[in-house]
Design a protein around this ligand. Structure first.
Ligand SMILES: Nc1ncnc2c1ncn2[C@@H]1O[C@H](COP(=O)(O)OP(=O)(O)OP(=O)(O)O)[C@@H](O)[C@H]1O
Ligand SMILES: [Mg+2]
Length: 317
């Protein structure tokens, strides 16, 4: 296997009205060709900003303090906006939670597909049309030829998401970043979209970063998992190892968030993750951790490698 993308020691934050606040701390992960990396963690833990830094689609107030984002051997942070445009949407594609953030309501599906094919592949006329049609057929849009002249509002949420995936396919994207791609969809449609993603990933040997809250989706789709908490990766492990032998108390707690069908009670993790505005000493998870020790309050745990997993927890000192 060869590495297509590697994030090394990424630190980034935001300029807020009362000063700079760090949101992502020393985040490192890598993605091999043909592999799916899932990123999980509660809301606000830094999944989106970490991955948007790859595409350099961060808010104006964001600042990358340090780190490297190596894509196919090149540090993307050294590229100009113009060079980045050749990568964004072409070699690295984004599937957002809401497909309408990527589709223009004023143009037909066909026009939008043809536009990206022309822009990124330099194809025109019938050649471009055939590529577009082929991509729509690969994502199993029924009557694809007729659908080329439909507008986004004529499509359901699931069908719109298929169009976004078709755009990535038509451009021969090598990496797909899917940020909660099925959260807005009902369960059956969710399953269909995930199946299409799995299929095209296999066919095209794509590498996928999959951000999700759904551990069932993780188990079915991921090769490895990064568990994020308070802007840090607290556990980074092959998917089987993570489910069989979770190491960080936060990972264990996440795996325990399940609905008890008998009592209809949801087992949750007590408390809230810290916000970036609050400075927290020691391990950021310590206020919620059932296994908190004295050292956890004082010192942030370093990264350690155990049984092929990377874990940040004093239990393994
Ligand atoms: N534009 C912004 N200005 C200031 N802080 C921000 C901004 N965008 C994100 N943040 C902060 O950065 C942190 C990480 O946010 P991020 O959106 O990456 O979380 P997430 O893990 O994707 O959450 P969710 O599951 O809700 O999508 C949060 O604390 C958030 O408040
Ligand atoms: Mg997010």
């Amino acid at each position: 296997m060869s590495t297509i993308l590697e994030i090394k020691n990424l630190n980034l934050g935001f300029n807020l009205s009362d000063g700079f606040r760090q949101a992502v701390w020393d985040v490192s992960f890598s993605l091999e060709r043909g592999e799916t990396l899932a990123i999980v963690g509660e809301s606000g833990c830094g999944k989106t900003v970490s991955t948007m830094s790859i595409l350099q689609l961060l808010p104006e107030t964001a600042k990358i303090q340090s780190g490297e984002i190596c894509f196919d051997g090149e540090n993307l942070l050294n590229l100009s906006q113009k060079q980045m445009q050749k990568i964004r949407g072409k070699r690295i594609a984004l599937i957002p939670q809401d497909p309408m953030t990527s589709l223009n309501p004023l143009y037909t599906i066909g026009n939008q597909l043809l536009e990206v094919i022309e822009l990124h592949q330099g194809l025109k006329g019938k050649e471009a049309f055939d590529v577009a049609l082929n991509a729509l057929e690969k994502v199993k849009i029924p009557d694809a030829k007729e659908k080329m002249s439909a507008y986004p509002h004529e499509f359901s949420g699931g069908m719109k998401q298929r169009v976004i995936i078709a755009m990535a396919l038509a451009c021969h994207a090598e990496v797909i970043i899917a940020d909660e791609p099925t959260t807005a969809l009902d369960v059956t449609v969710q399953a269909q979209i995930m199946e299409i993603l799995r299929e095209i990933k296999k066919q095209e040997n794509l590498s996928v970063i999959l951000i999700t809250h759904d551990l069932g989706i993780v188990a079915q789709n991921a090769d490895k998992v990064a568990v994020m908490y308070a802007g840090r990766i607290v556990e980074y492990a092959p998917v089987k190892e993570l489910f069989k032998n979770p190491k960080h108390p936060y990972t264990k707690a996440l795996l325990n968030v399940i609905l008890d069908i008998n009592t209809e009670k949801v087992e949750t993790i007590d408390g809230q993750p810290p916000s970036i505005e609050n400075n927290i000493s020691g391990c950021p998870f310590h206020p919620r951790c059932a296994q908190c020790m004295e050292i956890c309050v004082k010192k942030n745990p370093p990264k350690r490698t155990i049984d092929g997993s990377v874990v940040c927890c004093h239990l393994y000192d």
